[in-house]
Ligand binder design. Structure first.
Ligand SMILES: [Zn+2]
Length: 444
C-alpha cells in the first residue's frame, strides 16, 4: 500500500485519474442503442442494433428494443459503428527489452505504462507480447489483470525459445541446448503460465545481408512442441521461409508469428497451412518503409514528436540498404497474404512494431493487399483472439463475451482507415476516459 501511495504521488495527476477510473466505472451497465454493429466475425454490418452490457460482458444483442433496468447508462449509437476492440497478435511491450548485463535493471515501467496508454487510446484492447524480458512482461501482465495498471489485456509468451546464438536467444530469450535442458527450462516457464509459447526458427536473421545463424534442430523442436502440448500450452513459431515453416507445421505448431517474408507462399503451401488450421500473424508493417502515416492524427496524439522523429531517422526509414530491402519485400509479402487468405488460412492482424496506433496501419496494408475490410476487421479482432487462444472470451461482439468494443464515427467496412475515427473505447464494459490517458494529446 505504501508503495502504491508513493507511486501515486510521483505520478502525474493524469495517471492517478486513470487509476481511479478502473474501479469507479467497473460495475456500470451500458446500453448502446440504434448502432450499426460490426461484430468481428466477418458478418455484414447490422443496422439498428442494440447492445446491452452487464457485468463487463455482452448480455444481449438485438435489433429490437432491449428493456433495461433503471440506472443503466444509455448511449445513442445513431450514425455510429460498433466493433470489437482491436487485438494486436504480435508486439514486444516497450520498457522490458533486455540487453546484455542485468536484465532486471533495464526494466522501465513508466515507458511500459505510456505505451499501454497509447494502445488503449488507439482502441487496442488486447495484445500478445511475442517475446520480452520474462520478469518484466510477467509482472505487467499480472498488474493489468489485477487492475493495478490501465492498458490493453496482456497475453504473453513470457520468454521465447531459441538455440544457442539463434534468433531471439539473447534479448531475454530462453536458450535450449538439448531435450533434457529444454524440458527443465520449459517447466520453469510453465510455472509463469505462458499464454502461447514461442519458438524461433530462423537461419537468416532480419536484414539485407543474410547471416547464417544456428537453427533449433528439427527433432528437438518437434519434441519440445509436443512437450508444450502435453502441458496444455499452445505454440507459435517465428519463421521466415517456406521450408522451415513446413518443418514447424510437421512439428505440430499452432501458429506462425509472421508471414513467410523471404519466400513466395505458393498455393500448395497455403493449402497445407489452411488444412492444418495453423493461424498466422500478418506483421506486414514490420516491413513498412513509408513514414507518412506518422503525421496522421492518431500517431500525433499517442507518440511523442521526438519519438516519431527518432523512428523516421532510424535505419528502417532513412533510405539505407535496410530501407531498400524492406521496400523490395513489400509486394511479395502483400501477395503472400492474399494467397494465404484465399486458400482459407486464418490470418491474425499483428504488427511486431509495438506502437499503439500501428494496428490501424496494419489493417490498411491488409486491405491494400486485396482483402475486404470486413475480413481485415475479423483479422484484427476474432482471428487475433484465436491466435492467442482466447476467442471464447474476447474478439467479437457476441453474447457472453467480455465487452471490449469501439464506437466509431464512420464505417470501417467501407473504408478501413475509419477504424481510427474513435468515439469511445470500452474494455470489459468499462468506458475508457481517453482524455485522461497519459498520451501526448493529453499532456498540455
Ligand atoms: Zn516480434
Amino acid at each position: 500500500m505504501t508503495q502504491y501511495l508513493i507511486r501515486l504521488c510521483l505520478s502525474a495527476v493524469i495517471a492517478s485519474i486513470a487509476v481511479f477510473n478502473i474501479g469507479d466505472a467497473a460495475a456500470q451497465s451500458v446500453l448502446i442503442k440504434n448502432v450499426t454493429l460490426i461484430d468481428g466475425t466477418g458478418a455484414a454490418p447490422v443496422t439498428g442494433a442494440s447492445v446491452f452490457v452487464e457485468d463487463g460482458r455482452f448480455s444481449r444483442i438485438s435489433t429490437s428494443a432491449i428493456a433495461t433496468p433503471d440506472g443503466v447508462s444509455v448511449v445513442d449509437g445513431t450514425g455510429k459503428f460498433l466493433m470489437p476492440g482491436i487485438i494486436d497478435s504480435h508486439i514486444h511491450l516497450p520498457g522490458g527489452r533486455a540487453g546484455a548485463g542485468n536484465r532486471q535493471m533495464l526494466i522501465n515501467r513508466p515507458v511500459a505504462l505510456k505505451s499501454m496508454a497509447a494502445y488503449l487510446y488507439s482502441g487496442v484492447t488486447a495484445v500478445y507480447d511475442s517475446g520480452n524480458n520474462a520478469e518484466f512482461i510477467y509482472g505487467m501482465r499480472e498488474d493489468e489483470r489485477a487492475g493495478r495498471v490501465l492498458g490493453p489485456r496482456i497475453y504473453a509468451t513470457i520468454s521465447l525459445i531459441a538455440p544457442p546464438e539463434g534468433h531471439g536467444c539473447c534479448a531475454g530469450g530462453t536458450v535450449v541446448h538439448d531435450y533434457e535442458d529444454g524440458v527443465k527450462k520449459l517447466d520453469a516457464l510453465f510455472k509463469m503460465k505462458p499464454d502461447l509459447l514461442k519458438f524461433t526458427r530462423e537461419r537468416r536473421g532480419m536484414g539485407p545481408v543474410g547471416r547464417n545463424i544456428p537453427l533449433l534442430e528439427t527433432g528437438l523442436m518437434n519434441k519440445l512442441v509436443a512437450y508444450a502440448h502435453e502441458n496444455g500450452v499452445r505454440t507459435t513459431v517465428h519463421v521466415s521461409e517456406v521450408e522451415l515453416a513446413r518443418e514447424a507445421i510437421e512439428a505440430g505448431t499452432d501458429a506462425f508469428a509472421h508471414t513467410v517474408y523471404l519466400d513466395d507462399a505458393n498455393a500448395n503451401f497455403a493449402s497445407l497451412i489452411a488444412e492444418k488450421g495453423v493461424i498466422l500473424s500478418t506483421t506486414m508493417t514490420r516491413i513498412e518503409a513509408d513514414t507518412t502515416f506518422f503525421d496522421e492524427p492518431l500517431y500525433v496524439a499517442t507518440i511523442p514528436e521526438e519519438t516519431r522523429d527518432e523512428i523516421r531517422a532510424s535505419e528502417r526509414f532513412n533510405g539505407s540498404p535496410y530501407t531498400g530491402w524492406l521496400s523490395s519485400l513489400r509486394p511479395a509479402i502483400m501477395n503472400n497474404i492474399k494467397v494465404l487468405h484465399e486458400a482459407g488460412v486464418i490470418l491474425a492482424m499483428g504488427t511486431d512494431r509495438s506502437l499503439g496506433p500501428l494496428p490501424h496501419q496494419e489493417l490498411e496494408v491488409i486491405v491494400e493487399s486485396g482483402i475486404a475490410p470486413l475480413d481485415a476487421i475479423r483479422m484484427g479482432t476474432l482471428n487475433a483472439a484465436a491466435y492467442i487462444g482466447v476467442d471464447d472470451e474476447i474478439g467479437s461482439i457476441e453474447e457472453g463475451k467480455l465487452a471490449d468494443m469501439l464506437l466509431l464515427d464512420a464505417d470501417p467496412s467501407v473504408d478501413i482507415s475509419n477504424t481510427t475515427l474513435i468515439h469511445s473505447v470500452y474494455k470489459g464494459g468499462v468506458w475508457i476516459d481517453r482524455a485522461a490517458l497519459d498520451v501526448p494529446a493529453n499532456r498540455h
